[in-house]
Ligand binder design. Structure first.
Ligand code: ATR
Length: 281
């Protein structure tokens, strides 16, 4: 490892990324002489950026939208999660070879493990959305032995593609099927961007939801999305998505800086304070 290991997060745009805050917190906590910064790279410059990582002294970094699929194709080696999900969000070097991993599924599982211990004794899930985040969530649920996964998406072909890719028994459905699909689904996950600040609200009728259903959202701005609020009003258990962001960062930090960090209440509060400051601007 370099004397002053340097890592990055790249995306386009990247200015709203909170990853530098997260890794900066851990670097300070461990007293490490490393760095982590956001670097905006346009799609047509991405392959060139990745090709010169070593020369520029980077030990690795994170990759986010829209580069995750291209990063996948540029790695010399990939972990099994990346292979299954078809996207890479974490890069590191091992023996001079660029490795790519996907820690989104890990982050999803670790968040629920921490907020709702024992949650994965449930085995049936309703997954809203069929984009990149949905792939990671479905991979994660399959890893935990979920046998009944129902996918809902506006574009049916995408939902069907995912159902086929992961051999899903619960099938692919349109939004109008949600009330029926809620029956017997003990986990409900929103993986769409609906409900995020500035986007359309996610409006679903939870009347048919099981009373013991756990409802979670990968959107974490706002922390309590309209879906989570509606679930809380119905008395359902809820889990917000901020921890997914925090936990997915853990394996990368360990690869680059050699220490496995903890997701603490203090770190969570740091990000919440940043979100509140952003809103106040
Ligand atoms: P990501 O990689 O973050 O998951 P994505 O691949 O663009 O992003 O997927 C976004 C998801 O949100 C998709 O399921 C998308 O539905 P479509 O596949 O039909 O596009 C869903 N989504 C985004 N905006 C939506 C809207 N206004 N109504 C319904 N679904 C929406």
């Amino acid at each position: 490892m370099a004397d002053h290991p340097s890592a990055f997060v790249t995306g386009y745009p990247i200015r709203h990324s909170r990853s530098p805050l997260i890794h900066g917190y851990w670097l300070r906590q461990f007293g490490l002489d490393g760095s982590y910064r956001a670097i905006e790279v346009a799609p047509d410059a991405f392959a060139g950026f990745i090709g010169t990582l070593n020369d520029n002294g980077f030990v690795g970094g994170n990759v986010t939208i829209p580069h995750k699929e291209v990063a996948f194709s540029l790695c010399g080696k990939r972990d099994s999660a990346a292979e299954e999900i078809g996207a890479v969000n974490t890069l590191w070097f091992e023996n001079g070879i660029l490795h790519g991993g996907n820690t989104d599924a890990y982050g999803f599982l670790a968040n629920l493990d921490s907020l709702s211990p024992g949650w994965s004794e449930r085995k049936s899930a309703l997954v809203l959305g069929a984009g990149g985040a949905s792939r990671a969530v479905i991979f994660a649920l399959k890893q935990r032995g979920f046998t009944d996964i129902r996918i809902v998406n506006r574009t049916m072909e995408r939902a069907q593609e995912l159902a086929d890719r992961f051999g899903i028994s619960g099938g692919a459905h349109g939004w109008d099927a949600v009330p029926e699909l809620l029956k017997g689904a003990s986990l409900v996950v929103n993986t769409t961007s609906l409900g995020m600040s500035g986007k359309d609200e996610l409006v679903i009728d939870l009347t048919q939801a099981d009373s013991d259903a756990l409802v979670t959202d990968i959107v974490y701005v706002p922390l309590e999305t309209p879906l989570l609020r509606a679930a809380r009003f119905r008395g359902l258990e809820t889990a917000d998505g901020l921890g997914m962001l925090l936990h997915q960062a853990v394996p990368g930090f360990e690869h680059w800086f050699g220490k496995r960090p903890d997701v603490t209440a203090e770190l969570r509060n740091l990000i919440l304070a940043d979100m509140a400051a952003g809103k106040a601007k």
